[in-house]
Design a protein around this ligand. Structure first.
Ligand code: ZN
Length: 281
């Protein structure tokens, strides 16, 4: 008899800029002896493949876009060793540690700043990075934009002259030279992002793993808003998670972020008690 439940893991595919659902059947989870699972997903039009390396806690440890011939099946799962993800981080001007160090003197503060910038970018607030040397500013800008897979963003580099005397109250403005906020803009809870970033600093493939996690949230956030805008009755959270291609546990975060944008979406979503009970059997 099977001991494990089947699991679903969502990843962001950089080729089609969408979230992709990976299904890990219980038979495979029962048989595994440690190490990582490599999951090849063939999807989209035209069909293309993405390989995700998933660890025992169902975290994505690396992503690859193979050019080789596509397998016939939509999903191929294999056990691979930990070493399989060793060289997956692309060459970066600024990796995660470099980016964090460029934002603040102490890494802990850098994590907080990056979390605050990301949550504002995802909720479509204008974000300004201030630096008087445009090329220095651009390096930080590319690292920040890359974390959301260059999906449509409102992050810009400006110099001090451009912000002087301006009313900055509603914008998020971060001074890269003085390493401090000139204005944070409206308050948004960024704890989830702080934890996610903090847990990845110093890990292998830290930048690409964070990039995948944040891009996934960004994609689903927009999808969830669209779905709820069109809904004429309340929507079950399990249904919303499935339609927006995201883990159920992240739905409250998406609704919280929408609230910060002034969108009252929480009353439109109902907790699916039955769905949860079935999952937990
Ligand atoms: Zn894709």
């Amino acid at each position: 008899m099977s001991q494990s439940d089947a699991k679903e893991v969502f990843i962001f595919c950089d080729s089609c800029k969408q979230n992709v659902r990976l299904k890990l059947p219980a038979e495979i989870l029962d048989k595994r002896v440690g190490g990582l699972l490599s999951v090849v997903s063939v999807h989209g039009t035209p069909p293309h493949a993405v390989v995700a390396y998933i660890d025992e806690q169902f975290r994505v440890r690396g992503i690859e876009y193979p050019q080789a011939a596509l397998p016939e099946e939509p999903q191929v799962i294999q056990e691979v060793s930990e070493g399989a993800v060793k060289d997956l981080e692309p060459h970066l001007e600024l990796g995660l540690t470099g980016l964090i160090n460029s934002l603040a003197e102490k890494p802990k503060d850098g994590v907080k700043v990056l979390a605050a910038l990301m949550v504002r970018a995802i909720t479509k607030r204008p974000v300004f990075l201030v630096h008087d040397d445009p090329s220095e500013g651009e390096i930080a800008l590319r690292a920040v934009q890359g974390l959301l897979s260059d999906q449509l963003l409102f992050v810009t580099v400006v110099n001090h002259t451009q912000v002087r005397g301006r009313n900055l109250e509603s914008a998020c403005v971060y001074d890269l030279q003085a390493k401090r906020f000139m204005s944070e803009g409206p308050k948004v809870d960024s704890k989830y992002f702080e934890q996610t970033i903090g847990s990845l600093v110093g890990q292998e493939n830290a930048y690409s793993r964070l990039r995948n996690e944040l891009s996934k949230i960004f994609y689903s956030y927009d999808r969830a808003k669209q779905i709820l805008a069109q809904a004429t009755a309340t929507v079950m959270d399990t249904h919303l998670a499935s339609e927006a291609s995201i883990d159920l546990m992240l739905i409250p975060l998406l609704l919280e972020m929408a609230e910060s944008e002034g969108l009252k979406l929480k009353p439109k979503v109902q907790q699916d008690g039955l769905g949860r009970a079935i999952r937990s059997i």
